[in-house]
Design a protein around this ligand. Structure first.
Ligand code: FPP
Ligand code: MG
Length: 302
């Protein structure tokens, strides 16, 4: 069994204690996706009972946060499939999230205090990040500092903490690994923002060009707003939270093109990846993960 399969096995084994109280079809929805956070833990700390447990705890927390996020975002699709809320309703999705999160915390209590505090702090941050994201959805936000703070909290904090905690349990430069995790975490979200604009529905496993429609003024839109003249700014604001027809979508695309916004955003991704790599201290696998993040969007940038 590969180390990642061992993580999946651990999560299923912990969750199987809920059988009887939780309907089996709901338990079967426990889906761990790409497991970036678990992979980081295993690369840094190597395979051991402790690292498999840490990786499982982090993936359970991440899964719980996505269950809640899909309820908050009223999303019916997750990873190309019907979301838990779409299939079983909001109540079940929230309760399954609570269960996964609480079990993860129970298991976390066996770890050293630095690990417990780092993960607890990351969960506070990701909850705050989600709140800020929700608040920002009220009107167009043109402040990139506020946006970067939000994505650090919502997306990067748990990735940062995964790398840091793996460093703690294996005694390998936790603070440098933390910086590595923070930078790939932010890059990961900015790539997600770019993919919403440049990738197809099939590539994404969900509809594309929906962030702006859903009230998310992501980084490319903030950059576009700042670069635009008054008339273009007005047009951009008129598109916020609207379902766009083809004419408006094409106009938006040509504005992105006119000001080189996607390239500018991509350059930020590459600089974040470079910063991450400096802190990877030559770990080939960590460098590979960081490269993969920018490659995901690079193929769409030609
Ligand atoms: C995805 O954002 C959401 C997150 C990364 C974090 C969500 C956090 C919470 C709901 C706080 C609750 C936490 C726990 C542990 C229960 P997105 O909507 O931008 O991304 P998406 O396209 O993947 O949905
Ligand atoms: Mg969401």
């Amino acid at each position: 069994m590969s180390d990642i399969q061992k993580v999946k096995h651990q999560i299923i084994s912990w969750s199987s204690s809920f059988k009887g109280d939780v309907e089996l079809p709901l338990l079967d929805m426990i889906n761990t996706g790409k497991m970036v956070r678990a992979r980081l833990v295993l690369i840094i700390a190597g395979e051991s009972i402790k690292s498999i447990k840490l990786a499982s705890i982090i993936e359970m927390i991440h899964f719980a946060s996505l269950l809640h996020d899909d309820v908050i975002d009223e999303s019916s699709i997750r990873r190309g499939e019907s979301s838990v809320n779409a299939r079983f309703g909001n109540k079940s999705a929230i309760m399954l999230g609570d269960l996964m999160y609480s079990k993860a915390y129970f298991e976390l209590s066996n770890f050293e205090i630095e690990v417990i505090q780092s993960i607890s702090n990351a969960v506070c941050m990701l909850s705050l990040g989600e709140m800020i994201d929700e608040k920002l959805g009220g009107s167009f936000n043109s402040d990139d500092d506020i946006y970067m703070d939000m994505i650090y909290k919502k997306t990067s904090s748990l990735i940062e903490s995964s790398a840091y905690c793996a460093g703690i349990i294996s005694n390998t430069n936790p603070n440098r690994l933390k910086a590595y995790g923070r930078n790939i975490g932010i890059a990961f979200q900015v790539v997600d923002d770019l993919l919403d604009i440049v990738a197809s529905d099939e590539d994404l496993g969900k509809p594309s060009m929906v962030d702006f429609q859903n009230g998310k003024s992501t980084l490319p839109y903030i950059y576009l707003y700042k670069a635009s003249n008054n008339e273009e700014k007005k047009f951009l604001l008129s598109c916020f939270k609207k379902t766009l027809d083809n004419i408006s979508q094409n106009k938006l695309s040509s504005l992105f093109q006119k000001y080189g916004i996607l390239k500018k955003t991509y350059l930020l991704v590459t600089s974040l990846i470079e910063k991450a790599q400096i802190n990877a201290d030559g770990n080939v696998e960590l460098i590979k993960i960081s490269k993969k993040i920018s490659e995901n969007v690079h193929c769409h940038m030609q």
